[in-house]
Ligand binder design. Structure first.
Ligand SMILES: Nc1ncnc2c1ncn2[C@@H]1O[C@H](COP(=O)(O)OP(=O)(O)OP(=O)(O)O)[C@@H](O)[C@H]1O
Ligand SMILES: [Mg+2]
Length: 238
């Protein structure tokens, strides 16, 4: 569906997609007398319904992707593959997960209704980037990760985490990257209390863990999920 042309250096290239373009500028900031060079990248991309958009500040980084705010659109963010990806991760993506953003978008589509509200939607995805909402609290401030909070006592929050764990365990969904402090966000819903929201949920299936071949076995995935859930509770419950 998308026609992509790229030159050798990703960050010196224009990626031209039919109907979607991601244009990258490189700026060099040199502070006088201080031999400090900072490279800032700004991405221009096109999203249907919103037109041309520009990336703003980097708001988060993971093993695979960087997440940026979007200028003049406070409600969304853009995720792109990290330019300084570790060699192993880069090979992993090239061989097994060429469509990592689209896979997550597809996952969002089929999520069961019982747990769907706990997963941050993916609005748009293609081979190069994805766009998703920035979760907000009842008072309009941005929601933060569990790691940011460090500890949380709220009973309702932990009941919901327990419900999600039991649901995905019983239904063998094996989301093996949601129960950690970086990917679990806390949304303050005012009178309704605190709720978890997963902003990253792409690690499903064996291709996400090519070095852990034991995960082809159902029992090993079940054990891993349990370990992750218990670690989350141990590390973050007050
Ligand atoms: N919707 C969002 N709103 C605000 N911050 C976000 C959002 N999505 C991601 N982030 C931040 O950006 C970071 C990197 O994004 P993400 O977790 O999707 O990258 P990843 O490389 O796929 O992660 P991982 O290392 O878990 O595989 C997150 O840890 C989080 O801090
Ligand atoms: Mg992540």
């Amino acid at each position: 569906m998308f026609n992509i042309r790229m030159n050798k250096n990703f960050f010196d290239s224009f990626i031209i997609l039919s109907g979607i373009s991601l244009q990258i500028w490189k700026k060099l900031v040199v502070f006088s007398h201080v031999k400090l060079k900072t490279q800032l990248y700004m991405f221009k991309f096109h999203m249907e319904g919103r037109g041309e958009l520009f990336s703003g500040q980097k708001i988060g980084t993971g093993n695979f992707r960087d997440c940026y705010s979007v200028e003049n659109h406070k409600d969304i963010c853009i995720k792109i593959i990290k330019p300084d990806l570790e060699r192993f991760r880069s090979v992993q993506l090239r061989i097994f997960r060429k469509n990592i953003h689209q896979e997550e978008f597809d996952t969002w589509q089929w999520l069961p209704k019982e747990i769907k509200n706990y997963f941050n939607p993916v609005f748009y995805a293609n081979k190069c980037f994805s766009v998703c909402p920035r979760p907000v609290n009842d008072d309009g401030s941005y929601a933060q990760s569990l790691r940011h909070y460090k500890r949380i006592a709220d009973e309702k929050f932990w009941e919901e985490i327990s419900f999600i764990y039991r649901f995905i365990d019983q239904n063998q969904l094996w989301f093996l990257d949601i129960f950690n402090g970086y990917n679990t966000y806390i949304v303050d819903k005012g009178k309704e209390g605190f709720s978890p929201l997963f902003v990253d949920y792409k690690q499903l299936g064996w291709k996400a863990f090519p070095l852990q071949l034991d995960l082809v076995f159902h029992i090993r995935r079940k054990e891993k999920l349990k370990r992750q859930y218990e670690r989350l509770v141990r590390n973050y419950r007050e």
